[in-house]
Structure formats: structure tokens, C-alpha cells
Design a protein around this ligand. Structure first.
Ligand SMILES: [Zn+2]
Length: 94
């Protein structure tokens, strides 16, 4: 289930990958604090419902441009799933 969800997520930019690594390795970067401050509801992630994936497939701009897709959530679950997907499953990051 984890792998199936991960394989459907689109690749990221190099900047996005660098930011993910910084957030994982640098304790001064406080995405988790930001997430906890704004995106926790009843102890759970209000973005993904603790699944680690945000699926906006079908979302369009007011002009009709399709911008939706599946993304790893910014919450600790999503971050861990992203790392696990790319590092332990041997997937390339491109
Ligand atoms: Zn989440």
C-alpha cells in the first residue's frame, strides 16, 4: 500500500529534494513546528488524515488548468514515507 501510493507521486525538483534533506538533518529547520502549529486537528494531520499523502488529483485553477496530483504530506508521516520511499526502496529521485 505504501509503495503503491508512492509510485503514483510525481517526481520533485532538485530544490525540493534539498529542502527535504535539510528538514530531515537540520534541527534548526522547524517544518514540524510549523505543521504542528497550523495543521494538527484532534492530534492528527488535517492535511492528509495521517496517511502521509495528499491527493489533489482533479484540482483545477479557476482558469481550468489541472494542477492536482498526489504529494507527500509535509507532516512527519509524509516526511518519513518520502524518505522511506526514496532511500530504502531504491527508487531514484528524478
Ligand atoms: Zn499529513
Amino acid at each position: 500500500m505504501l509503495v503503491a501510493a508512492g509510485t503514483a507521486i510525481q517526481s520533485e525538483t532538485e530544490r525540493g529534494r534539498q529542502m527535504t534533506d535539510m528538514l530531515a538533518d537540520d534541527p534548526t529547520v522547524s517544518l514540524n513546528d510549523y505543521w504542528f502549529e497550523f495543521y494538527v486537528n484532534q492530534g492528527l494531520c488535517s492535511l492528509c488524515g495521517n496517511t502521509g499523502v495528499i491527493d489533489t488529483t482533479g484540482v483545477k485553477t479557476p482558469a481550468g488548468v489541472e494542477v492536482g496530483r498526489k504529494n507527500w504530506c509535509i507532516c512527519p508521516n509524509g516526511q518519513a514515507m518520502r524518505r522511506e520511499h526514496y532511500e530504502t526502496k531504491g527508487h531514484h529521485r528524478s
